[in-house]
Design a protein around this ligand. Structure first.
Ligand code: G7M
Length: 323
């Protein structure tokens, strides 16, 4: 199996020299205090049900693109009494008999919005977060070899953020658990989508130390000790730190993943997490059972997965006359 540990710089990453410099450094970008000088270019997508919005913009004095992901967070039962005090301003919208409707403005510290800034963002980030028609692709083992694998090898999303975590260059203060074994070890930490405030929307990822396992497609019997280890120790560590029991955790892998370095998703069973749908999520226990029954189950399987209309992989399948 090819080793993918070296850093890939995609064509999109190469868009400007500034982007190259920042992406090659491997350092985390500087923290920002506010959105001063931010110019909104376009709302890429919004979802009223999930109360999130994704926008494309830029920061003053920079030619680089930025993608900002904002999501209103669930209510915290612990802080609701602090919210129902004189510190929360009420503006009346209407009153009818005993029914009063208001817009309330709680103090900022009780009213945070989970915000991710991707900067500098590549064209692929802008595409990834744009509203698009979705299609299903059936990928046979042969099509994986002929279309998907060459695509992954030619332009994966940069794995720099993954290597920063594994090398303790970023997010090391957020590590929940680590097993350092080079074959079966992994790092467990909050997914960037989770603000760690409430366990109701708990979202944690386990990233394996071993490099070169791109996805589910690469898994066989030799990986069972790694998968068992992530399943067992990951769940134990989450239970110890957050009190969420094993039978309240959904543990799965994505196919296709966005990032081709093996990682496992842990989410709270009550949470309707993005990317949990059929055509994307594969339960880790099912994966292990399938491999136990047949070691080359995943290399041989026909996968059905969802892809967006501007996704370069979808375009490859279309160009090959498969769509
Ligand atoms: O779809 P895929 O299985 O590749 O999911 C990758 C996961 O990694 C997503 O749930 C992302 O939210 C998460 N993620 C992506 N980035 C860039 C980061 C990051 O820099 N830090 C953390 N903690 N999670 C990330």
């Amino acid at each position: 199996m090819a080793d993918h540990s070296e850093k890939h710089v995609t064509e999109d990453d190469k868009a400007t020299p500034a982007k190259m410099r920042k992406l090659e450094s491997g350092d985390a970008a500087e923290a920002r205090d506010n959105f001063a000088g931010f110019k909104l270019i376009k709302v890429l997508n919004e979802n009223t049900r999930n109360k999130c919005i994704f926008v494309h913009g830029s920061f003053e004095g920079s030619d680089d693109d930025a993608v900002v992901l904002m999501e209103k967070t669930p209510f915290d039962k612990q802080s609701i009494s602090a919210m129902l005090t004189s510190t929360t301003d009420l503006k009346q919208v209407m009153q009818n008999d005993i029914y009063g409707v208001y817009t309330s403005s709680p103090p900022p510290d009780l009213n945070g919005i989970n915000t991710t800034i991707i900067y500098p963002a590549t064209d692929r980030h802008i595409m990834k977060y744009s509203a698009q028609q979705i299609y299903l692709i059936n990928e046979t083992a042969e099509e994986y070899q002929e279309i998907t694998l060459p695509f992954i090898e030619s332009q994966p999303f940069s794995l720099q953020w993954v290597y920063n975590i594994l090398d303790k260059k970023a997010e090391s203060d957020r590590i929940i658990f680590e097993d350092e074994d080079t074959d079966t070890g992994f790092i467990l930490l909050p997914d960037m989508k989770w603000d760690e405030k409430l366990t109701e929307n708990l979202y944690i990822i386990g990233i394996c130390h071993k490099r070169g396992i791109r996805s589910l497609r690469d898994l066989g019997r030799e990986h069972l000790p790694l998968l068992n280890n992530i399943a067992k120790k990951g769940k134990e560590a989450i239970c110890t730190k957050y009190g969420v029991k094993e039978n309240q955790l959904r543990v799965y892998l994505h196919y296709q993943p966005s990032y081709y370095h093996l990682h496992v998703h842990f989410t709270h069973v009550n949470f309707d997490a993005p990317g949990m749908n059929i055509g994307k999520a594969h339960l880790l226990l099912d994966v292990m059972e399938n491999i136990e029954m047949q070691s080359d189950y995943y290399p041989k399987k026909t996968f059905t997965f969802t892809a967006k209309e501007k996704d370069p992989l979808y375009l490859k399948y279309k160009a090959a006359g498969k769509m």
